[in-house]
Design a protein around this ligand. Structure first.
Ligand code: AKG
Ligand code: FE2
Length: 205
């Protein structure tokens, strides 16, 4: 359903067996491209979210800034391929004639959060962003086109898909907190102690 102009929320887009299969795919991605802790531009302060990527390009952040690059910043290897189930979700939900070029894998522990931001490191602003959640619920915050605009918060749960496209593409958003008490029964080392995994598919340019 369209919850704001250009912002669609698909509750339980993946059923439990599809969530489990996707977790196995993401565990394999992480085995090839290990999670690492990115740092903030300039300050070099570490994020609270661990990250890796799959796809031809991956989003990275370090002292030099935010950018997309074709190799893992630590192993220097190319990123692994985007799992088929994620390509299928893009095909079904993105309404865009080209496949995604990058999938950012965000792994939250129960204390991790993500501050309010826009996704604007992509030249292809005509393509939506597709985000899929696994594991613990989170309190997701959706703002407006400007940082100070009013915002609303709602839960994202395991299996939910969210797209930001068209007039919603540049809306501010973030993750206020992880709600570990509502973690579903998915078994994965990534979800130990109430963790959450978020997969964000993007077209870069
Ligand atoms: O974890 C989420 O739901 C949001 C992730 C996000 O906004 C991002 O990676 O840019
Ligand atoms: Fe984002």
């Amino acid at each position: 359903m369209e919850i704001e102009a250009g912002v669609h929320l698909y509750r339980s887009y993946l059923d439990e067996s599809a969530q489990i299969a996707l977790l196995r795919d993401i565990e394999a991605v992480i085995a090839a491209a290990p999670l690492y802790l990115p740092t903030m531009p300039r300050s070099g302060k570490p994020f609270s979210v661990r990250m890796t990527n799959c796809g031809p390009l991956g989003w990275v952040s370090d002292k030099a800034g935010y950018r997309y690059q074709s190799r893992h910043p630590q192993t220097r290897e190319p990123w692994p391929a985007i799992p088929q189930a994620l390509l299928a979700a893009w095909e079904a939900l993105a309404d865009y004639p080209h496949p995604p070029q990058a999938c950012l894998v965000n792994v939250y522990d129960s204390a991790a959060r993500m501050g309010l931001h826009q996704d604007r490191d992509e030249a292809a602003l005509d393509a939506p962003i597709l985000s899929i959640s696994l594991g613990a619920d989170c309190r997701f915050r959706l703002g407006g086109a400007k940082r100070g605009d009013p915002s609303r918060a709602f839960a994202l749960s395991s299996g939910d898909a969210l797209t930001l496209g068209g007039p919603g593409r540049l809306r501010f958003h973030g993750v206020d907190k992880i709600l570990p008490e509502i973690a579903p029964r998915l078994v994965s080392p990534l979800l130990a102690q109430g963790g959450r995994v978020n997969l964000t598919l993007r077209r870069v340019g």
